[in-house]
Ligand binder design. Structure first.
Ligand code: AMP
Length: 281
């Protein structure tokens, strides 16, 4: 894998590959790779000629009281994993490269950013859409690969691609889980052994409510109450939100139509660690 640190070098590389008629897939990440990241790399490898993984812990998507400074980082191990998984380029710019002195632009999307994650993290998606635009402009991909783990983010990026006319196909890869159901996340290392045992309670609740929906539960208030009840069976899980929404639009009708897919979204604190998960029914 070739490490690239500047935007201009990254752009030149991509332009040259495009001249050769090659297709490019980008996998945006914040690093500290786990098997979820690897499954995105593998998906990209199978669906494009050239794979660019980006590794940038983006300060603008963290609030001042969030974990930017202590976010886990291990660039050497990440480079090794990118190499082992046949990625062609690891784009690893510095904060100064992405946000040089005088940088003042922000991309803000309305609507879909304002609920769920957007309530607790009101500036988060502005940071995400701004950096993802910059990463698209640096890597010039044909395909962008994102994980279902960050469900609302996938909806926001789809909106970004539509609204700013990016000629990029977005592909969503299913959430990779630990054997006990916990969604893999770089943040899972924050969990104490005690909390780690409680963490799968979120996924168990999601699965249980999924079954009730499949049996016919369609009223949103009833689905939400059931989800809260099921998560609360693990009292250590402090619920931030636990809601059902239309899987495509994130709208919240009183009653879901039978021909619409539903996404169950949950965010919970375990001690100070915030975990998110979702399931589509
Ligand atoms: P992150 O480095 O946490 O920002 O994640 C980078 C990409 O990997 C995002 O598109 C995430 O949705 C995706 N991702 C994170 N965790 C998982 C997982 N457990 N399974 C699949 N994709 C994941």
């Amino acid at each position: 894998v070739k490490i690239v640190k500047t935007i201009s070098e990254m752009q030149n590389i991509s332009i040259n590959h495009k001249k050769e008629g090659k297709t490019i897939a980008v996998v945006p990440t914040m690093g500290y790779f786990h098997d979820g990241h690897i499954s995105l790399m593998k998906y990209a490898r199978e669906n494009a000629d050239i794979i660019i993984v980006t590794l940038f812990v983006n300060p603008t998507q963290f609030a001042p009281d969030e974990d930017f400074d202590r976010y886990p980082r291990d660039t050497e191990q990440d480079s090794r994993k990118a190499e082992e998984n046949n990625c062609d380029y690891l784009f690893r710019p510095t904060v100064e490269e992405m946000y040089p002195f005088g940088f003042i632009t922000e991309i803000r999307i309305g609507g879909v950013t304002e609920k769920f994650e957007g309530v607790t993290r009101p500036f988060h998606f502005n940071g995400v859409t701004t950096i993802v635009s910059k990463l698209f402009n640096a890597t010039l991909p044909d395909i962008a690969v994102f994980g279902q783990k960050d469900y609302q983010q996938t909806i926001v990026i789809k909106q970004l691609i539509r609204d700013l006319n990016y000629n990029i196909k977005i592909d969503i890869v299913p959430t990779l889980r630990e054997p006990d159901g916990l969604a893999m996340s770089s943040r899972n290392i924050y969990l104490s052994a005690e909390y780690r045992k409680k963490a799968p309670g979120i996924y168990k609740a999601l699965i249980s409510v999924k079954k009730s929906i499949e049996k016919g539960l369609r009223k949103r208030s009833e689905i939400n109450s059931l989800l809260i009840k099921k998560i609360s069976k693990t009292p250590e899980l402090k619920i931030d939100y636990a809601c059902a929404a239309d899987a495509e639009t994130l709208e919240e009708p009183d009653e879901f139509r039978r021909d619409r897919k539903i996404v169950l979204l949950a965010a919970c604190y375990l001690g100070k660690t915030r975990l998110i998960d979702n399931i589509v029914v």
